[in-house]
Ligand binder design. Structure first.
Ligand code: PMV
Length: 339
């Protein structure tokens, strides 16, 4: 870490967005350090947010991890969630030299653990708010690397806005970088929510099992070319080129998950219903392509002019519970205090 300002013990609140990966991180070179086996490219969102308040206390002692309800009430977070947060606070203490403790409260604007990248936004919000509570500001790459050290490599992308790439392997230690800022292309993400409960198999476990799929190595061989094609489609703002690439990529990831040993099935029947509807929409001239993270929900990427009709069509499908309308965003921003 390069920033060495004198540490303060204050309070800071940050809202950090989720992101949707166009080329996904699936399988690690080093899982303990969250170094991905492949580079990934994502779009940072603007409406799916994790909101975190962090207060630094000079006295050492146990950290306090709370969940805020949308109404504002605070309650102790479940043990598993607290452990991951305290683990990340330990990383922050080691890298900043801060010897005190933290009080943390978090609330998401969207369902957690349903393949909507809540760990990406959650750990991005935590990293930025904790640093600010200590009066520290880091260069973007170092901040991104710190977010990655939470164990959720996708968090490295959520600290940045727009269209973001996280390199593979040891290069991921330097963090993610912005390919294009949000203003480059105002793409929409119409999210068909199919299930909002906790997923059965975490993405961490998915990364662990990925190399057991007979198709894992084949995907890694094909990725450099696919990444180059996604970068050029982004450069040219060409959705007709980008759309098929991201939908194929999502299907490849899920084929690897399904063919891991033991297999992981993130899709629900309605996932296929949505994909079929997208084919029908495209046949009718509407440019809309789907991508799924480690869950059944489908993120549908389209131009703003088509977002309303896409949302209406998806909302009418059996098995789609609700629609979240999101789009490209600029990254973490200051937010109101939760306590
Ligand atoms: O960062 P993790 O360990 O939560 O893994 C992210 C996995 C995917 O969301 C499926 C893909 C991605 O790159 O966001």
């Amino acid at each position: 870490m390069t920033a060495r300002a004198p540490l303060t013990a204050g309070k800071a609140s940050v809202a950090a967005p989720a992101n949707i990966a166009f080329i996904k991180y699936w399988g690690a070179r080093d899982l303990a350090e969250a170094l991905p086996a492949n580079a990934s490219i994502s779009m940072t969102l603007s409406a799916c947010l994790s909101h975190s308040t962090v207060a630094a206390r000079p006295e050492p002692g146990p950290d306090e991890v709370l969940l805020a309800s949308p109404g504002g009430a605070l309650a102790p977070a479940p043990a598993g969630f607290s452990r991951r947060v305290v683990g990340h606070l330990d990383v922050l203490r080691r890298s900043t030299g801060f010897a005190g403790s933290f009080r943390v409260a978090t609330v998401n604007s969207f369902p957690a653990s349903a393949g909507l990248a809540s760990s990406a936004s959650g750990f991005a919000a935590l990293a930025v708010a904790a640093l600010e509570s200590l009066g520290l500001e880091l260069p973007a790459g170092e901040l991104s690397a710190l977010a990655r050290a939470s164990g959720s490599a996708s968090a490295a992308r959520s600290v940045l806005g727009g269209f973001v790439e996280l390199p593979a392997g040891l290069e991921a230690r330097a963090g993610a970088h912005v390919l294009y800022p949000a203003e480059h292309w105002s793409l929409c993400d119409v999210i068909a929510l199919i299930e909002t409960g906790e997923k059965e198999v975490s993405s961490l476990e998915g990364h662990r099992r990925a190399p057991t799929s007979p198709y894992f190595e084949r995907r890694l061989e094909q990725l450099p070319e696919k990444l180059a094609r996604v970068r050029s489609a982004l450069a040219a703002r060409d959705l007709e080129a980008l759309g098929p690439l991201i939908e194929e990529e999502a299907i490849d990831l899920h084929l690897i998950a399904m063919s891991s040993r033991p297999g992981i099935f993130y899709w629900a029947p309605a996932t296929l219903v949505v994909l079929a509807e997208l084919r029908a929409l495209r046949a009718a001239g509407i440019g809309a392509w789907g991508t799924m993270d480690a869950g059944p929900n489908v993120h549908v990427i389209c131009e703003p002019r088509d977002a309303a009709v896409v949302a209406d069509r998806l909302a009418s499908l059996p098995g789609v519970r609700s629609i979240l309308s999101d789009g490209v965003g600029s990254g973490p921003a200051p937010a109101a205090d939760l306590f």
